[in-house]
Design a protein around this ligand. Structure first.
Ligand code: AHR
Length: 511
């Protein structure tokens, strides 16, 4: 039996839960937009072709903000192609994903979708093939009330009121050789600074995100952030991080410890940003936008994801890139990645799970068929709903495991929030052990527990195992009520099944 002890002290908090931690991402890639978000003629489509079943699941997820339109796609994208009468929009080659982009879905359609989904728009500008002028023009088109050629073009295109988009990404993964128009840190830093200056001249009420490294293993990691922030520190509000974890080599123990790596990644970027702040005598705090994060599918010949190499050779429209079924293990890892983001909510203010539909999606759809919840849907929806009030700075001691990829890792992973207003304590716990249950002893300081309001667990389903998945035909995996949490001696006793992620909500009063 794995043993762990958690101390919750109501005075040890990190600050309010940033709602934007529960963001996602919609890119013109694979079937995320076409036959994911929009599918004219589908039985669930509304008059504009938006899939109502996907909208409903997006609302159920509690997604707060959605990044659009890419990703690598944005670095070759001309935003003008996606506005105006649909029948006049050009079909274009998209070099990033080797597909044909029909441009029948663009900025207006996305803003309409976002309003229906109840999410904030996070718009990316193309700093790959384009630059300051086009970034400024897109902003004017989107946000200026009227009386100029660009803003009046928006009005003629059906949007009388400005879109009011506050949050903008200055390009995407500009350090990556795969990126159309990728740049050195100095080239990008200068361009991002100039774009930021020009955009703030059009609209001074913006929040801007500069590109950090594409992942922690980029050879330029660290130096890239330092150089980019040297150019942009006073002009931007966030530096971005991206990561995708997978059980690609069958080392499940390492995969389960992915959040240990995410913790280190975040702390390394915070340290680099704070170094630039100290060295250059800045006063403001640089925040982090983790605007792409997720797990990818375990390599398993018996469970093939659509191989990218095969489907990206043609010039097809919306080929099914990067689709597959997430299993229970991947659901548990996503729960721990969400906990890592929450534990760093004093510096990580935005996070976007990538991507919302089909491609590594929390939601999957069939063209002409149903939409359903993947395993990774459940921890996201549960945490978005239960995390409220203040993030707790928890003291955790746990039995540990040594992993090949990330070294020592606690077998029990925990994060939590306390909402004084509603009197709710929420704990998000994972047991990383593949074989043993875990006993978690939770001590409360300054809080008196009432009843356990809800306790739900994501684990291997009845008759299944950690490789169980949901599909169009059957959805055996989900969060289920479980009786593993009870109030004992002014604290809590929690018993987690092997390989599980759980959310426990307890009524508490301040002592
Ligand atoms: O999310 C898929 C792709 O992964 C994005 O387009 C890119 O930014 C990242 O490398």
């Amino acid at each position: 039996m794995v043993q762990a002890r958690v101390t919750v002290d109501r005075d040890f908090t990190l600050g309010p839960v940033p709602r934007r931690l529960f963001g996602s991402f919609v890119e013109h890639m694979g079937r995320c937009v076409y036959t994911g978000v929009v599918e004219p003629g589908h039985p669930e489509a509304d008059a504009a072709g938006l899939r109502r079943d996907v909208l409903e699941l997006t609302r159920e997820l509690g997604v707060s903000v959605v990044r659009y339109p890419g990703g690598n796609f944005v670095s070759g994208y001309d935003w003008e192609d996606g506005v105006g009468p649909v029948e006049e929009r050009p079909r274009r080659l998209d070099g990033a994903w080797h597909t044909v982009e029909p441009n029948t879905f663009g900025l207006h359609e996305f803003v309409d979708w976002a309003r229906l989904a109840g999410v904030e728009v996070m718009e990316a500008v193309n700093l790959g093939t384009r630059g300051v002028s086009e970034a400024r023009a897109l902003l004017e088109y989107a946000n200026h009330p009227g009386g100029t050629e660009l803003s009046d073009r928006r009005r003629r295109n059906g949007a009388e009121e400005p879109f009011g988009i506050k949050l903008w990404c200055l390009g995407n993964e500009m350090d990556g050789p795969w990126q159309i128009g990728f740049k050195t840190a100095d080239e990008y830093g200068r361009l991002a600074a100039e774009a930021a200056r020009a955009m703030r001249m059009v609209d001074d009420d913006l929040e801007l995100v500069a590109c950090g490294s594409s992942n922690l293993s980029m050879p330029t990691f660290g130096a890239w952030e330092e150089t980019v922030l040297t150019h942009t520190y006073d002009l931007v509000d966030y530096i971005s991080l991206h990561v995708y974890y997978s059980d690609r080599d069958g080392d499940a123990e390492s995969f389960l410890a992915s959040a240990v790596d995410m913790d280190r990644f975040i702390e390394a970027v915070v340290a680099t940003a704070d170094f630039v702040r100290a060295r250059d005598r800045h006063t403001k705090t640089m925040y982090l936008s983790f605007d792409e994060w997720n797990v990818t599918y375990r390599h398993d010949p018996a469970r093939p994801a659509v191989p990218e190499a095969e489907i990206t050779r043609g010039w097809d429209e919306h080929p099914p890139i990067g689709e597959g079924d997430f299993d229970v293990t991947e659901g548990v890892v996503v729960g721990t990645l969400l906990s890592s983001l929450l534990r760093h909510g004093d510096r990580v203010k935005i996070a976007n799970q990538a991507q919302l539909v089909n491609l590594l999606g929390m939601i999957r759809t069939q063209e002409g068929g149903p939409a359903w919840r993947q395993t990774v849907f459940f921890p996201f929806a549960a945490m978005a709903a239960a995390a409220a009030g203040e993030i707790l700075r928890l003291a955790v001691t746990s039995d540990r495991a040594t992993t090949a990829r990330y070294g020592e890792a606690d077998l029990v992973d925990v994060s939590g929030t306390w909402d004084a207003g509603s009197g709710r304590l929420a704990l998000f716990l994972a047991n990383r052990s593949l074989a043993e249950d875990a006993e978690v002893d939770v001590a409360l300081r300054g809080l008196v527990p009432g009843e356990v309001l809800s306790a739900r667990v994501l684990a291997a389903p009845e008759g299944g195992d950690r490789f169980s998945v949901n599909s169009a035909e059957a959805q055996p995996v989900g969060l289920v009520d479980w009786d593993g949490a009870s109030v004992v001696d002014g604290g809590l006793a929690v018993r987690l099944p092997a390989l599980s992620w759980a959310v426990v909500e307890i009524a508490v009063t301040a002592a």
